[in-house]
Design a protein around this ligand. Structure first.
Ligand code: G6P
Ligand code: MN
Length: 446
C-alpha cells in the first residue's frame, strides 16, 4: 500500500511515520512518498525517518519528491497537510488581527479566514491533480482550516476527501482520563459541530453515559485541559464539553487581552522555534533527537495565551505524549483499507445528520468507516445554544470558499464582516486590506 504525504516535509510527519512503523499487520503501508516544495526539509525529513526506522524490520520505503504529480502516482492514500505562506503567514495573520483589535488565530476568526484564502487555490489545484493522477486514492485532509478546506476539495473529489482533526478525540481522551478511564473499543464519544467548533455531548463507556458523573465533580472537571480552560462552573452550566477552540468565543475578551500582552504570538514563537529546529536538525548527527525535543516544547506551549488568560498552569504530562493526530489518520486509513467499520469523529458532508444544516455542509461528527468511506452516524446533536454559532460559521466558511475558489472580494468581505469575532464592517474592510497588502497569494481576489 502506498501513502503519499503532501507537505511531507512538515514537522508532524515523524508522528505519522512512527505510527506506520508500529503497524505490523499484513496489507500495511509499504511505501511512503513525501512531497514538499522545500528540498532541504525533504532531505532532513528523510534522515529523521531513516533514524526512526533503524532496527525495524520491513519498514516502509521512503521517497521524496518536489513534483507533486510524481509523488502522487500510484497512491492509495494521500495525506494533505500544507501551510500556504508558512508560519510567517500565520504570524502575519495574528499581527494583522491584533493591530485591528481582533483575534488572528490560525483557524478562528480573521486568522482562519485569511489562512483559508491563501490556502484554497492550492488546495483546489491539489484536488484536481489527485483526480487526474490518482483518481482512486482517498485523500485525508489535515490542512487547516480543515472543515472548510475539506468542503471545498469535496467539490472536486466528492466523498474521496475526508477531513480530520485530533481535538475531538483528544477532548474525549482527556475527559476519560479524568474519570480514570481510557479510550478503547468500549468507548463511544458523541460529538457534534464543525471543525474546531463542536461539543462532546455524551461519553458512553460500555453503553453507559459517564458524562453526567464527570459533570458532577468540579475537581475532576478541572483535572483536564478543557475543564480548566472553561472552568468547572461554566462546564456544569453548559452540561456538555466544548472543544478547546471554543475558548476563543467564550472568552474572546480575555484571550485578546492575553494575546496583546504576550511578548510574542503563537505563530511568531513557532516561526522562531521551527527555524531553529530545521537548521539544527539539518546538521545534527541525530536529527530525530532534535525533532523530539522540539516536539515536546511545541506540545508544552500549546495554546499558551489561552491558558494564561484564565491563569492556568502547565499542561498535564499526559497531554505531551502525542497520539491524537497520527492515530486518527492511521485509524481512518485502516478503516477504509481493511473495511474495519471503525467509529471515528471526522469531517464529512452532513448528509442529513444535523437536520437543520444542508446535506453538503461538511460537519465534524462520529462516523463509521468502511471500505466505501466515512459515513456519519445519525443522531449527532449540537446543543441548542450552539445552533446559531454553527449556522453563522458555516455561512462564513461558504463565503470564504466562494472567495477562495471564485476570487470574489465581496464574498471575502461578507465572510469577515459576519464573523462573530469581528465586530465592525469597518474592521472587516481594514482586515481584508491588511491581508491583501501583506500576502501576494491573495492577488487573485478581484
Ligand atoms: C491542534 C489542532 C490543529 C492545529 C494545532 C496547532 O492539533 O487540532 O488543527 O493546527 O493544534 O498546534 P500548534 O502547535 O501549531 O499551535
Ligand atoms: Mn485541528
Amino acid at each position: 500500500m502506498r501513502l503519499t504525504m503532501i507537505g511531507g516535509g512538515g514537522f508532524r510527519t515523524p508522528l505519522v511515520h512512527a505510527a506506520l512503523l508500529r503497524d505490523r499487520e499484513p496489507g500495511r503501508v509499504t511505501s511512503v512518498a513525501l512531497v514538499d516544495i522545500d528540498p532541504d526539509r525533504l532531505r532532513t525529513m528523510a534522515r529523521i525517518l531513516a533514524k526512526q526506522a533503524e532496527g525495524v524490520a520491513d519498514a516502509p520505503t521512503v521517497t521524496t519528491h518536489t513534483d507533486a504529480a510524481e509523488g502522487l502516482r500510484g497512491a492509495d492514500f494521500v495525506f494533505s497537510a500544507i501551510r500556504v505562506g508558512g508560519l510567517q503567514g500565520r504570524a502575519h495573520d495574528e499581527l494583522i488581527g491584533l493591530s485591528h483589535g481582533v483575534i488572528g488565530q490560525e483557524t478562528v476568526g480573521f486568522g482562519g479566514i485569511s489562512y483559508a484564502l491563501r490556502t484554497l487555490p492550492t488546495a483546489m489545484h491539489l484536488a484536481e491533480l489527485v483526480k487526474r493522477v490518482a483518481p482512486d486514492a482517498w485523500v485525508i485532509n489535515f490542512t487547516n482550516p480543515a472543515g472548510l478546506v475539506t468542503e471545498a476539495m469535496a467539490r472536486v473529489l466528492g466523498s474521496r476527501v475526508i477531513g480530520i482533526c485530533d481535538s475531538p478525540i483528544g477532548l474525549a481522551r482527556r475527559a476519560l482520563s479524568a474519570l480514570g478511564l481510557a479510550v478503547g473499543p468500549n468507548v463511544e464519544a458523541d460529538y457534534a459541530g464543525l471543525n474546531h467548533l463542536g461539543w462532546l455531548t455524551r461519553l458512553r463507556v460500555d453503553g453507559v453515559d459517564r458524562l453526567p458523573e464527570l459533570l458532577g465533580r468540579p475537581d475532576q472537571i478541572e483535572a483536564f485541559e478543557e475543564g480548566r480552560l472553561f472552568g468547572a462552573e461554566w462546564i456544569q452550566t453548559l452540561g456538555v464539553l466544548p472543544n478547546e477552540y471554543l475558548h476563543y468565543y467564550s472568552y474572546e475578551r480575555e484571550v485578546l487581552h492575553s494575546d496583546q500582552l504576550a511578548s510574542q504570538t503563537r505563530g511568531r514563537y513557532l516561526l522562531e522555534q521551527q527555524t531553529g529546529f530545521w537548521a539544527d536538525a539539518g546538521r545534527a548527527p541525530d536529527p530525530l533527537a532534535v525533532w523530539e525535543a522540539a516536539r515536546l516544547d511545541r506540545e508544552a506551549t500549546y495554546m499558551a495565551t489561552n491558558r494564561d488568560s484564565v491563569g492556568m498552569g502547565e499542561r498535564n504530562a499526559d497531554d505531551l505524549v502525542s497520539g491524537g493526530y497520527e492515530n486518527v489518520a492511521i485509524a481512518l486509513m485502516r478503516g477504509i483499507a481493511y473495511d474495519e467499520h471503525s467509529r471515528l469523529i471526522l469531517n464529512v458532508p452532513n448528509a442529513g445528520t444535523i437536520a437543520w444544516l444542508d446535506d453538503d455542509a461538511v460537519v465534524e461528527v462520529p462516523c463509521v468507516v468502511d471500505a466505501t468511506g466515512a459515513h456519519p452516524i445519525p443522531g449527532a446533536q449540537v446543543p441548542d445554544f450552539g445552533r446559531g454559532l454553527v449556522t453563522t460559521i458555516k455561512y462564513v466558511e461558504r463565503e470564504t470558499i466562494e472567495a477562495g475558489v471564485g476570487g470574489s472580494r465581496a464574498a471575502a468581505l461578507r465572510a469577515l464582516a459576519h464573523h462573530p469575532l469581528i465586530d465592525s464592517v469597518k474592521v472587516a474592510h481594514a482586515l481584508l486590506d491588511g491581508a491583501r497588502a501583506t500576502f501576494p497569494e491573495l492577488s487573485y481576489l478581484y
